[in-house]
Design a protein around this ligand. Sequence first.
Ligand code: SF4
Length: 340
Amino acid sequence: MQQKIELLGLPLDKLKVAFEKIGLTSLDAKRVFPWIHVKCADSFEVMSDVPLKVREILKEACSLARPKCIALQKSSDGTQKALLELSDGNRVETVFIPEETRNTVCVSSQVGCAMGCKFCHTGTQSFTRNLTSSEIMAQIFFWKDKFSITNLVFMGMGEPLLNFDNLSDALNLLLSEKAHNFSRNKITVSTCGIIDNAIENLASFGVKLAISLHAPNDVIRNSIMPINRKYNISVVLKAAKNYQIQSNTTHVTFEYLLLKNVNDSDENARELAALLRGIPSKVNLITFNSWPNSELQGSSKEVAHRFLRILLSKNIRAIIRKSRGDDILAACGQLKSKIL
Ligand code: SF4
């Protein structure tokens, strides 16, 4: 049987091309598009203003199917983590994080990850492949079918900027007024520091950027993030500055995982403050979420607060980010596509 065309991740221009290939017209694509992205239809039958003949062709050749949920875990704090199975049997995780004023979905962009960050559970699972734009969007549809979603963070499995074309199609759909209509301030893309054209191209979307910094100097960053040997801290900070200007965002967020005896000394806090001086930025201090066989340990609460105080005293905007879903391994850096 011929594989069906997955429509969830196709922006209108690509939907038109796909429709042409199966003998349908641009007008058909224009009619179907809002059914997919505004009404979130999960079948062609309900598309009442689409001619029956067209719906029959679509049913034969195309799919709006949501991925199969293999496991759904609920944290005591309300966070939910879903393990989704893709059509080729690969699996990815996506997380739903409800808060008082917003509901955030954390989206994966790749199966596994090639970056090998030492503190990250996903990094222990080798890279398998990029997700298609439909597979990226399918995670959002999966949660949208159940909840109203206000914010999106591309911080799940994988490095989004290494899957830029598919990320780009998904962002087009998410930001389009004629589709999901998210404000650009409600979407954050996180990178470990892939400083090539992708970061410049991302600026045109105007979404928020979060950079996994995690160290105040190259010696420490080299020891926990192999990517630093390619793009070191000064390159990353220069790109961050440019991004903030080009994207017209208020600031760039720097993620900083506090690791016991690795990057959490007072001197490290002062070094970090000096690095970020003059860059419109915010630092998210994150307490380390351990996972099975991890060699690293998180800093204590006292150390985290001292680190925070030093940054604030140097006029660096910073917070200690509350960890969510760590009891179900749904917190930052804990995702992996296996049932553990
Ligand atoms: S932190 Fe991100 S980039 Fe690093 S290994 Fe994990 S998923 Fe990959």
